[in-house]
Design a protein. Structure first.
Length: 187
């Protein structure tokens, strides 16, 4: 098999894995109820912590899966540079959009998939925002938005620990956080 054929086969495998895990993630989001408006509003009002529980669990599951697939050589990580100022502004915009619409990209896709037509307007806004970001991106790499540029680094690398010890500590921390949420959640 030629080198080009191997590369194409690797890309096909990566795309298939991405599609499979994306569909599974969407399925579990929908089954978890995070595509429902009242669940999302409950999260924003700090009355229903379903979204936090599902997302923290998804982060851990995704982290284990991604690092495992990298270790097996099935996928490659393409890490974006960490820029504190840009990430902070992006987080504020994301948070404002979530607070105004009660949807984030994942929950919006789940809501669309179950027929919530109010999510169409939010999807349009996300697409428009992504387009504007792509158009203006070269300008964002300069000035204020370049402050706090840490380069292409992961949290375990920043903490100077291995990936698997980090995941183990994160899993324990996650269990504690989920236990605290369950104990103190408004009932």
């Amino acid at each position: 098999m030629s080198e080009i054929s191997k590369e194409k086969e690797q890309r096909r495998k990566q795309l298939a894995l991405g599609l499979l895990f994306g569909l599974l993630f969407g399925f579990f989001l929908q089954k978890g109820g995070v595509g429902k408006y009242h669940v999302l509003i409950g999260q924003l009002l700090l009355e229903d912590f379903t979204v936090v529980k599902i997302m923290l669990t998804a982060i851990l599951t995704g982290m284990i899966g991604a690092f495992w697939m990298v270790r097996k050589g099935w996928v490659e990580l393409h890490i974006k540079p960490t820029r504190i100022a840009a990430n902070s502004v992006g987080g504020l915009i994301f948070g404002a959009g979530f607070a105004l619409s009660a949807y984030c990209p994942g929950t919006n896709a789940a809501a669309l998939g179950q027929g919530n037509f109010d999510a169409l307007l939010v999807a349009f806004g996300m697409i428009a925002g992504s387009y504007l970001y792509a158009e203006w991106n070269p300008g964002f790499k300069k000035g204020f938005f370049s402050r706090g540029d840490l380069g292409k680094v992961t949290i375990p690398e920043m903490m100077k620990v291995g990936r698997w010890p980090f995941i183990a500590v994160f899993a324990v921390l996650l269990a504690v956080i989920l236990g605290v949420i369950d104990h103190f959640a408004v009932r």
